[in-house]
Design a protein around this ligand. Structure first.
Ligand SMILES: [Fe+2]
Length: 322
């Protein structure tokens, strides 16, 4: 992956970082195909990467199978978000203006080796993927091995197992949808625990529904009664306990693509070192400042996406492009 500034392709085992810890997984990262960039395109258009296909002499039907799957999932995710819009009291077309004509979606094939594969004594390699939120609108995770390990964090801060169920997807809300809905649709904090030694690898195929990288942080017009329900719910719960910071905040970024590219560099520091050293040094400065603040404050790690009601302290953020 560091050979390209597109931050896509094959990512080798233990080469990715979430919440400042190494993820013990490997993956192929692909997306809806796009034409090559033009010289004056914004830098975040690098996210519209051409695919690096596996050699067809080894996997002759891989590309056609992949393209059929991402096309079907594109249709399904558009239908699903139109239903979300209706559930919020909006027209089913409410999110349409945030999609490009040739909207990019992404898809990964991920392998999580069991803990027996971790070099002995290396306790730092204990996470399949650390706590994080996906970036875009919605994600659809197909779990294709019988292993447990995927967990989501509920509003009370408890980690809940999401075991595989045949014929179903696990759907996660991304930060883009939380931003567009004024925090009504909460982004899903989730993580994967590595399978126990001897169980063999866990495989998953997540599909990430995209949204235009040119989108600004303008929101849809959520009906007042829905906003009131959001506030009453959070008030009744006393806030949200969340291990991961919500970063798609209005005013911090010009376009959604800038936030996404930054998060991508955070997950792939090897790509950042080679192609985006300015972004990476900014990320490292922010992380150093957060660590310093954490050292000064040993309070509880409670974060709310809206008004923090309980004692608040930011933990190391685990934000991923997806
Ligand atoms: Fe994720």
């Amino acid at each position: 992956m560091p050979k390209t500034d597109m931050a896509s392709g094959y990512n080798k085992l233990g080469n990715e970082v979430t919440a400042q810890k190494t993820d013990w997984r490997e993956q192929i990262d692909l997306s809806t195909p796009h034409p090559l960039l033009k010289p004056k395109d914004p830098r975040y258009y690098n996210l519209l990467s051409p695919n690096q296909w596996p050699d067809p002499s080894y996997l002759p039907s891989f590309r056609s199978t992949y393209e059929a799957y991402i096309s079907a999932m594109s249709t399904l995710s558009t239908e699903f978000t139109s239903l979300i819009a209706e559930s919020l009291g909006l027209p089913c077309t409410a999110f349409d203006r945030f999609f490009d004509l040739d909207q990019q979606h992404k898809l990964k094939i991920v392998k999580y080796p069991d803990t027996g594969s971790i070099p002995s004594g290396n306790t730092a390699l204990s996470q399949g993927v650390g706590p994080h939120k996906d970036s875009m609108l919605t994600s659809y995770l197909l779990q294709v091995a019988p292993h447990t390990g995927l967990q989501a964090q509920n509003l009370a801060g408890e980690w809940i197992d999401c075991p595989p169920k045949l014929g179903t997807f696990v759907v996660a809300i991304g930060q883009g949808l939380e931003a567009l809905t004024h925090g009504v649709c909460k982004s899903t904090t989730h993580r994967v625990l590595s399978p126990q030694a001897g169980l063999g690898p866990r495989f998953s195929i997540p599909f990430f529904q995209g949204v235009s990288y040119d989108a600004t942080f303008e929101s849809v017009d959520i009906p007042l009664e829905v906003l009131n329900m959001r506030d009453e719910r959070m008030k009744a719960r006393g806030g949200r306990i969340d291990d991961v910071e919500f970063t798609f905040t209005k005013g911090k970024w010009g376009h959604l693509g800038e936030a996404t590219l930054t998060n991508r560099v955070k997950s792939h520091p090897d790509v950042g070192e080679r192609w985006y050293p300015d972004i990476l040094s900014k990320i490292r400065a922010e992380q150093a400042a957060a660590e310093k603040a954490e050292a000064l404050d040993s309070g509880s790690a409670v974060i709310s996406a809206e008004e923090p009601v309980k004692g608040v302290k930011e933990s190391a953020p685990g934000i991923r492009a997806h």
